[in-house]
Design a protein around this ligand. Sequence first.
Ligand SMILES: Cc1cn([C@H]2C[C@H](O)[C@@H](COP(=O)(O)OP(=O)(O)OP(=O)(O)O)O2)c(=O)[nH]c1=O
Length: 194
Amino acid sequence: MDLYLASASPRRRELLAQLGVTFERITAPVDETPLLDEDPHGYVLRLARAKAQAGWLAVLAQERDPRPVLAADTTVVLDGGILGKPDDAGHAHAMLKRLSGSTHVVLTALAVAEQDRVETVLSESRVTFAVLTDAQIAAYVASGEPLDKAGAYGIQGRAGLFVTRLDGSYTGVMGLPLYETAALLARYGLGALA
Ligand SMILES: Cc1cn([C@H]2C[C@H](O)[C@@H](COP(=O)(O)OP(=O)(O)OP(=O)(O)O)O2)c(=O)[nH]c1=O
């Protein structure tokens, strides 16, 4: 086994499997509340780092085989403000209305922790949405897809057709940028780029 993935996200598990590394999941919950006036880059990097470090502590506490721990955090940024996961359907509707007809940034930070060492990488993409009607937004919210996703959408699902332009990493928008993940793992001697 090469490493642990400290993530409850099924998407991250599927994406990491594409890199051909062997891994096990480890769970270690982290408080995702932004700090007062925290800027989006600092926020995602802090959370990815905290998730990886919490995962490493869980490896030690559970006396599991000591291997590096990978974690990630994804957030949507609109006009400099952080859009996290929606609280409920109404919140999801309001977020999608704001994303309609405009361009936002998706940040995914990655971190790998092992003993005292933590290294991070940031993937940044620009995503443009078509103008969405209220009926389109309502139908999408009713599908349930937005609720566990930053910015209330998943590019890999039914919201794929809202996107008129993507400048960056498709897998980064989904939550685990493959190139950056491979490059980061290589620094630990793991994966195809090592
Ligand atoms: C923008 C966007 C986000 N997302 C998802 C990726 C992340 O799972 C989620 C952002 O929440 P995160 O807090 O990054 O991750 P998570 O809570 O789902 O999982 P964990 O912390 O255990 O690793 O939004 C998509 O699946 N598609 C998209 O297009």
